[in-house]
Write a protein that binds this ligand. Structure first.
Ligand SMILES: Cc1ncc(C[n+]2csc(CCOP(=O)(O)OP(=O)(O)O)c2C)c(N)n1
Ligand SMILES: [Mg+2]
Length: 374
């Protein structure tokens, strides 16, 4: 049967997933050589989630993530050298080397971090979705978090508000079965996270997060609902991390066989390659040439990071507070001298708010009619 997906889409997905895989493998290597310090969490195994999502939404939709955050901005088009430089703590990184692995932030590509506090990004995403709804923008906000984050209070408080206000936000729980060294079933009364959506009267579904095409379809449909004003969606992407929690975790809490089995039968990159070959949309040689291109791109990223200077000492005092009227620093313009398209937002006067958040007057009128007026 012919493929319902174009060659271009399939190869784009493959290219991006392989870029993330290769970037993360080199990150691991560089960490072990002492070039990267501090916390560092790899996305190897979970690539289909970030790439399926990115291909299904628009480039200017908002996105936030946790600390396992190299893959999502790479999928969106962030500069690999500047992401690597951030991990190296160099001045040419997206946050001038002051954020590090857990705090990638790239406004140009609408990627708003990178948060180390488990569950911190969940309420922030509702805030961003509120802002875009309030400004009448046709945007959705996508927020990633882990299975363990679903047990944080912020998850429950935010879901209630997001659903009540019908905010255009897609919550993606990347259920990789572990929170650090703890299997989800050991700590969660309801380990199937998507079922919790029912408690907040919102749409909740499970998706095979190891299959980029299934992710793509699920997000397309969720984004459609969000843009139509139907409110938030919770998608549980069932996925698996092939590496430990962080680069220094020997992962003794799970068996080698479990990991081997997943790697052998469930590798999301091999799956999309297999699909494309079977549909005869590309040849083995085309994949090899993509692989070579990506390897060269990541080699160049490592070289760029390695040759970049440390941030200057006076950077200690910069960016700690925003002064009124201060212009945003445009990272790619600052580092690579490339003109970037920067988002702009309407001023207070220009806002055309038509959406009644709390339609107070209408409510008061109805109260009066019902004899409830104060
Ligand atoms: C509020 C808070 N509590 C505890 C931690 C320590 N911590 C860091 S990662 C993590 C596990 C989170 O697991 P999960 O949400 O499943 O995401 P994953 O690492 O699997 O992607 C914990 C407990 C933290 N960073 N913040
Ligand atoms: Mg987890």
């Amino acid at each position: 049967m012919a493929s319902q997906y174009s060659k271009d889409l399939l190869l784009t997905m493959y290219r991006k997933m392989y870029l993330i895989r290769r970037f993360e493998e080199r990150t691991d290597q560089q960490y072990k050589q002492g070039k990267i310090a501090g916390f560092c969490h790899l996305y190897i195994g979970q690539e289909a989630v970030a790439v399926g999502v990115t291909e299904a939404i628009r480039p200017d939709d908002y996105m936030l993530s946790a600390y396992r955050d190299h893959g999502q901005p790479l999928a969106r088009g962030s500069d690999a050298g500047m992401v690597m430089a951030e991990l190296f703590g160099r001045g040419t990184g997206y946050s001038k080397g002051k954020g590090g692995s857990m705090h990638i932030f790239d406004i140009e590509h609408h990627f708003y971090g990178g948060y180390g506090i488990v569950g911190a990004q969940i309420p922030l995403a509702a805030g961003m979705a509120f802002a875009s709804r309030y400004r009448n923008e046709d945007r959705v906000t996508v927020c990633y978090f882990g299975d363990a984050a679903a047990n944080q209070g912020s998850f429950h408080e935010t879901f209630n508000m997001a659903a009540k206000w019908k905010l255009p936000v897609i919550y993606i729980c990347e259920n990789n079965r572990y929170g650090m060294g703890t299997a989800i079933g050991r700590v969660s009364a309801e380990p199937e996270i998507h079922k919790r959506a029912a408690a907040y009267n919102m749409r909740g579904e499970a998706v095979d997060g190891m299959d980029v095409l299934k992710m793509y379809e699920a997000i397309k449909s969720a984004a459609e609902d969000c843009r139509a004003g139907k409110g938030p969606v919770l998608l549980e992407a069932n996925t698996y991390r092939f590496r430990g929690h962080s680069v220094v975790d020997p992962a003794t809490y799970r068996s080698k066989e479990e990991v081997e089995e997943e790697r052998k039968t469930n590798d999301p990159i091999l799956k999309v390659k297999d699909y494309t070959l079977k549909k005869k949309l590309a040849t083995e040689a085309e994949f090899e040439s993509i692989d070579e291109e990506i390897k060269a791109q990541v080699d160049a990223a490592v070289k760029f990071a390695d040759e970049s200077p440390e941030p200057s000492l006076d950077e200690l005092w910069r960016d700690t507070i925003v002064e009124p009227g201060e212009e945003d620093v445009r990272p790619r313009e600052r580092v690579l001298g490339q003109k970037v398209k920067w988002p702009s937002y309407p001023s207070g006067q220009e806002l055309k708010v038509t959406w009644d958040l709390e339609p107070r007057e209408k409510a008061e009128r109805e109260d009066k009619k019902a004899g409830l007026a104060r």
